[in-house]
Design a binder for this molecule. Structure first.
Ligand code: KG4
Ligand code: ZN
Length: 412
């Protein structure tokens, strides 16, 4: 094979309340409904088998990260080809590790929106063939809804709760009111924070750094920032004069690029050389992203409180998506939740980045509610762009809530 495969099995995170007894002649007998989840919306080919309690029976994940790091970003046709090469093996591995046969599945859940068209197409085509071959119900999954609800696999978090979803493709604040019922409070006006961190990392040539050569941009920035002094690059936090819950990262990226260009001139080095102040730039970039996310989330919490959108008893903020793996950003958000009296919940990093488990779990949520379950022969199409929930960003903007200043003394 051209690229090494990377697979892993997550440990069961919750005890299965149903026991299953392996019987050699029949294989394992499962008392709980079982869902196969398939994810191919971007650059991870993931599959997992879950039971109804959220126990992960088997999982497999093939990450394309190293290939895209070498080419300097995701080339959709390359991503498509890698999904094509790996999907069958990944699904087979997840099933084999779970000890579940296709006939024992209750349904197959697959990401159909939003994402890269060419990537979504591979997962969807594979799934359509699979459900038709095995006569299984099909549950089409919205990738962002899956990120938002992953936390409920780990502990019982009742609706409604606030979600900050931050990844390579998205940045949004939403109130999750039900399995398929979301209120959109704000989203990015330009790029997503993961995309910004990936581009900054590329501009800093962090793949040449001995400790970062195989890391995503966000991971590399988090690592280097630990040893950096953020005060050396006082970047301006975006959108200080916009009293809504939207985000913007393109202007910040421009600020960072200009600082890098200035340093290259001062040090007399070409673009592509690792700068001596790379840790400081990483620390300042990460800090500014964290403060921007924290301020917009603070306003969203105040808006939710003013409009009784969250329960008065134990309101919760869930942090999700690949960028939510960042401990510094988690710590920044925890300052806001402590100030406002919310609980902060974050899935573990391996469930924040894309994976098949979160898709299977979203399938379980649909199955439990009997919602969005299709017969194997219904034609389903993928949707590269798909909004999340009811858009109330205009109402949030009109409320123009001023956020009191909070001391952001964030620890690493
Ligand atoms: O959710 P995800 O796996 O894919 C999308 O749906 O976009 O998120 C991937 C993004 C990448 O941009 C990556 O740089 C970022 O998550 N990321 C991080 C960290 N780990 C991954 N960003 C900041 N800190 C991290 N530790
Ligand atoms: Zn994602």
């Amino acid at each position: 094979m051209m690229f090494p495969s990377k697979t892993r099995v997550l440990q069961r995170l919750l005890p299965c309340k149903y026991s299953f007894s392996p019987t050699p002649s029949l294989g394992k007998a499962f008392c709980s409904r079982l869902v196969l989840g398939i994810e191919t919306s971007c650059d991870d080919t993931g599959a997992a088998v879950l039971d109804e309690t959220g126990a992960i029976l088997g999982e497999s994940l093939h990450s394309q990260k190293e290939v895209h790091l070498r080419t300097g970003g995701i080339i959709p046709t390359v991503a498509q080809q890698l999904h094509r090469e790996n999907i069958e093996r990944v699904v087979h591995e997840a099933l084999e590790r779970s000890g579940v046969t296709p006939s024992q599945l209750s349904a197959v859940a697959t990401t159909v929106k939003p994402g890269l068209a060419l990537s979504l197409g591979i997962g969807l085509e594979f799934s359509k063939r699979f459900v038709r071959q095995h006569s299984k119900p099909f549950i089409p999954i919205h990738h962002m809804e899956a990120h938002a609800l992953t936390v409920r696999m780990l502990q019982p978090v009742p609706f409604p709760f606030l979600v900050l979803l931050i990844s390579g493709g998205h940045s949004l604040l939403t109130v999750a009111r039900g399995v398929d019922d979301f209120l959109l409070l704000g989203q990015t006006l330009d790029e997503a924070p993961g995309d910004t961190l990936d581009k900054v990392a590329r501009r800093l040539s962090l793949t040449k750094h001995p400790q970062c050569s195989t890391m995503s941009g966000g991971q590399a920035i988090e690592l280097l920032a630990k040893k950096g002094d953020r005060m050396r690059f006082p970047f301006t936090t975006p959108m200080g004069q916009s009293y809504d819950c939207c985000f913007s990262f393109a202007g910040l990226r421009n600020q960072i690029t200009m600082a890098i260009v200035k340093k290259e001139k001062e040090e007399g080095v070409e673009q592509g050389t690792l700068l001596s102040c790379v840790n400081d730039i990483a620390a300042a970039a990460q800090h500014t992203v964290a403060v921007h996310l924290a301020k917009r989330t603070h306003r969203a919490i105040l808006f939710c409180k003013a409009n009784s959108l969250l329960p008065s008893n134990s309101p919760t903020l869930v942090l999700s998506g690949g960028v939510a793996s960042n401990q510094y950003i988690r710590n920044a958000l925890s300052i806001i939740t402590e100030t406002t009296g919310l609980h902060l919940l974050c899935p573990p990093p391996q469930l924040c980045t894309d994976n098949g488990v979160m898709i299977a779990w979203n399938g379980v949520e649909h199955l439990r509610e009997g919602k969005g379950i299709l017969s194997p022969n219904v034609d389903v199409f993928y949707e590269p762009k798909a909004p999340l929930g009811v858009d109330i960003t205009a109402e949030v903007k009109a409320a123009a809530i001023k956020v009191p200043s909070v001391r952001m003394k964030i620890t690493n």
